[in-house]
Design a protein around this ligand. Structure first.
Ligand code: UDP
Length: 215
């Protein structure tokens, strides 16, 4: 069986993910490519960049795609595109990732070097956990959630779909009776210290984290 693995997105995220896929799939019969609809060059880091329709018409019998785009709404759109095209999503995980007991993680997760997932954790589709982020015990994370580097997510936290957690943010632990909740589509700014629930769609910044006042 011949196999091709496409990394959707040939920008910063994709360039960090392709080496993880190469390491985990081995180089034997598997071909690796970038898929990008807006890239102006033919190769990135010595790897061909092709368009989606070219990918679909590739001759390999087994086609997998890793969606390496930080924007969660784009990620969802591309995941649906893969599903419509009959293409299976693949995840990527660095060899240094630590995963303890009873972790259930949905399809398409990208786990960068030094990510730690401790025990009794549930995570949805297409999670991105960037360098050095951790998820502690009893957390529940929705679909298309993004962690920038070094996010510290302590125990009993619930993070809803499409939330974005910025670099170095720290999320206080909740309790089994009252998890700390970061609502759907919320954004937590870089370095924020989240001590209480963040409502859906709200951007919070600072220590303690408070809603961002635009102006
Ligand atoms: N992209 C794409 N198809 C889409 C949306 C995005 O190929 O429908 C590509 C886009 O051309 C870009 C990459 O995905 O090369 C996203 O890169 P970006 O610089 O936004 O940041 P990153 O997600 O890598 O941090």
């Amino acid at each position: 069986m011949s196999r091709v693995v496409g990394v959707y997105g040939a920008s910063g995220c994709g360039r960090g993910i392709l080496p993880l896929l190469r390491a985990s799939h081995g180089t034997g019969e598997t071909r690796f490519l970038f898929i990008d609809d807006g890239c102006a060059v033919d190769t990135v880091n010595e790897t061909p960049v092709i368009r989606w329709d070219e990918f679909l018409s590739r001759p390999e019998s087994d086609k997998l795609v890793a969606i390496a785009v930080a924007n969660s709404h784009v990620r969802e759109r591309l995941a649906n595109k893969c599903s419509d095209g009959g293409i299976t999503l693949t995840g990527a995980r660095a060899a240094s990732v630590v995963e303890m007991d009873d972790v259930a993680i949905g399809e398409g997760a990208l786990l960068s070097p030094f990510v730690t997932l401790t025990s009794n954790i549930r995570i949805g589709k297409c999670f991105h956990a960037n360098l050095y982020s951790y998820v502690e015990h009893d957390c529940v994370i929705g679909d298309f959630v993004t962690f920038a580097p070094r996010v510290s997510c302590n125990g009993n936290v619930r993070i809803e779909d499409h939330a974005y957690i910025g670099t170095g943010a720290v999320i206080r632990q909740g309790t089994p009776e009252k998890p700390l909740v970061i609502g759907k589509g919320a954004v937590v700014g870089m370095g924020a210290v989240v001590t209480k629930d963040v409502p859906a769609g709200t951007t919070v910044v600072g220590n303690p984290a408070r809603p961002l006042i635009k102006g």
